[in-house]
Design a protein. Structure first.
Lengths: 337, 310
């Protein structure tokens, strides 16, 4: 929560108010499309918060979150088709994703920084190829979810809302806990962190598992809503990139940055795909390039700048260095000649 | 399978290694000098393929001439991209997320432009070369693969000369070895970075044009080759240009033989099974992860260490 431009109790009151408004929204009888946009946005925000736990707090950039999203989606789909209660199916989705995260993390966290990032690309693609060929889920042609009973959109809506609240609470708790402090230490300097008694390997593994569980549950909720999933969708590299893009838009390493990023991405993505089906990738790429070139700290950077303008007289407490995950340590360490 | 089949497979994987090396070398040059994992490589490959197609379709040029023309054109294009986008990235000793995302965004833009201009249907370049083959007893090799291999090998030899004997090549190598020391002795890192990006892009365009003569292509076709290029440069040790040839050879051999060699499998007693061809891409990605874990400096680094201790 560091760097939120308005201080004090507003930090707690404002999100609670937003949540209350969203929870009471169905009373105003919104259009199904609006509910759908909020539902999807809540799911994206959950994955964004999850990625931010590993990428933003612990500084481990992963291009492989689609693995957890996809595994969660398939687990939930299989269990719902077997007649399991959706809640159980979502929990199982989270559990399967967390187990997968250990299996992936045990070898790959031996690698540092960029090499971990590169390895996750390989893991992601390998999973997609395997899922394209597995028989019992229909392979590349996808898998259909058939659930007994009527389709109630609001039920899905509240599930997603609960999930995103859970993600925010977990992220905030981690951000202000000793564990979160350890993760930040790992991000800044792994060796120094190890020297003061933090186990970087274990820290990364655990935060990876928490992030994977949240992402997997989001995937499960998505599968139950979408009713049809296929590896080219949920396991695609595109999904991984979308998940990582949101914290980048919002501002890496801050809880609210990830939330804002998720909200903007969810709404914009839905609108872009609907309005410009031919050039949405172009707009998406341009947006990404503009953010990287002009505001590397994302929306939180912009807000911080605006806040600085307001409080010019007060002493500046926030750091002016762009985030190290995004920009590397070369510049921050002043090693440039 | 008979011995002749294996020889045929061996030859075709060797020929494939040539084009793989040409495709990956541009990525190594850019990574080595700038520490940027160029995710726009796929976009350049795709543009190279369509560049060759347009020249072939409109002016009926020989596909190899199209590929040769792609070199200077993409060199200038790459320098323009560097001037416009890449030079604003901060310098770093390790790849940054900023550079990955910037190049990824650029790839998306290129891919979308490709979709707008050429649509999503597959194109291919068909010449008399494509269907004829050289036969020697029971061994037959498609002519087009031979020609493409020759072109790729020639370009790599040319690159080797540029690297070893030109002022630009020396400054590139020094930046790869130690960027700080290189700048102290007066290497203009910005200029060299711009030229290297041009060179890397030129090779991507060239390889794209060559690939277009071998495979049908769509605006998405770069992606799978980009990931292969990635596996190759990791196998080669990321920064070593000669390692690329070795990495390409290993990947081509593994890709070919992983689906053609039976391996023992237990189901109701030991039997021999073949890996389904659709799992072939997974082989290279698993190889990527394994190579990163056990060979952090690539196969070339491993061999070097062995020789040094021996």
């Amino acid at each position: 929560m560091r760097g939120f431009p308005t201080g004090g109790r507003l930090k707690v009151i404002l999100p609670c108010l937003v949540l209350l408004v969203l929870a009471l929204l169905p009373l105003a009888e919104p259009s199904p499309n609006m509910v759908k946009v909020i539902f999807i946005t809540a799911l994206w925000t959950t994955t964004s918060l999850a990625w931010n736990l590993l990428g933003g707090f612990a500084g481990q950039v992963s291009f492989g979150f689609a693995v957890f999203y996809g595994l969660g989606a398939y687990t939930a789909a299989l269990m719902i088709n077997e007649g399991a209660t959706p809640w159980i199916a979502f929990l199982a989705a989270g559990a399967v994703a967390a187990i997968a995260s250990f299996l992936i993390g045990l070898p790959t966290f031996r690698l540092r920084g960029p090499y971990f990032a590169i390895a996750t690309i390989g893991v992601n693609e390998a999973f997609r190829v395997v899922m394209n060929n597995v028989d019992f889920t229909g392979g590349a042609s996808g898998y259909r979810v058939t659930e007994a009973g009527p389709f109630r959109q609001l039920e899905h809506y509240y599930t997603a809302l609960t999930l995103v609240t859970l993600a925010v609470v977990v992220s905030s708790l981690i951000a202000s806990s000793k564990f979160g402090l350890a993760l930040r230490a790992i991000k800044q300097d792994q060796d120094a962190a190890a020297a003061v008694g933090v186990n970087p390997y274990l820290g990364k593994l655990w935060v990876h598992a928490i992030a994977a569980a949240l992402t997997g549950m989001a995937g499960g909720v998505f599968a139950r809503y979408a009713l049809f999933i296929y590896p080219g969708g949920v396991f695609s590299f595109q999904t991984s990139i979308s998940i990582l893009l949101m914290p980048v838009i919002g501002g890496i390493g801050t809880v609210w940055g990830a939330v804002f990023g998720g909200i903007i991405f969810g709404v914009v993505e839905e609108q872009l795909v609907a309005k410009f089906p031919n050039i949405h990738l172009l707009l998406y790429g341009l947006l990404l390039m503009l953010i990287i070139l002009f505001e590397p700290d994302g929306l939180m950077g912009l807000l911080r700048r605006a806040a600085k303008l307001f409080r010019r007289r007060r002493e500046d407490s926030g750091s002016s260095n762009p985030d190290q995950v995004l920009w590397g340590s070369g510049r921050a360490a002043g090693r440039e000649l | 399978m008979t011995a002749v089949d294996y020889i045929n497979l061996l030859i075709s994987s060797l020929l494939l290694a040539g084009i793989y090396a040409a495709m990956a070398v541009g990525m190594t040059v850019i990574y080595g000098v700038m520490k940027i994992v160029n995710l726009a490589h796929a976009g350049f490959l795709m543009l190279g393929a369509y560049f060759a197609y347009e020249l072939f379709d409109r002016f009926h040029l020989h596909p190899m001439l199209c590929a040769a023309l792609a070199l200077p054109v993409f060199f200038v294009f790459g320098m323009a991209v560097h001037w416009l986008l890449v030079r604003w990235l901060p310098k770093s000793d390790t790849p940054t997320l900023a550079s990955l995302l910037l190049m990824f965004g650029f790839w998306q833009v290129l891919q979308n432009i490709g979709n707008l201009v050429w649509g999503t249907q597959a194109y291919s370049i068909l010449t008399p070369l494509t269907i004829s083959s050289v036969r020697w007893g029971e061994i037959s090799v498609p002519k087009v693969s031979l020609v493409v291999f020759a072109a790729a090998a020639a370009s790599l030899v040319l690159l080797r000369f540029v690297f070893n004997y030109s002022w630009f090549g020396r400054s590139m190598r020094s930046l790869i070895q130690n960027p700080y020391a290189a700048q102290i002795v007066g290497v203009d890192d910005r200029r060299t970075a711009m030229l290297s990006f041009g060179l890397g892009t030129a090779f991507a365009g060239f390889a794209g044009a060559l690939l277009a003569t071998l495979f049908p292509f769509t605006p998405d076709f770069g992606a799978s080759f980009q990931l292969r290029a990635f596996v190759i440069i990791v196998l080669g040790g990321l920064e070593s240009v000669s390692g690329v040839a070795l990495g390409a050879l290993i990947l081509a051999l593994l890709e070919t033989f992983s689906i053609n060699l039976p391996f023992p499998w237990y189901s109701h007693g030991w039997t021999k099974v073949y890996l389904p061809a659709s799992y072939q891409p997974a082989v290279s990605f698993v190889l990527l992860v394994v190579a990163l874990l056990v060979l952090p400096r690539g196969v070339a680094g491993l061999l070097e260490r062995k020789w040094r201790t021996a």
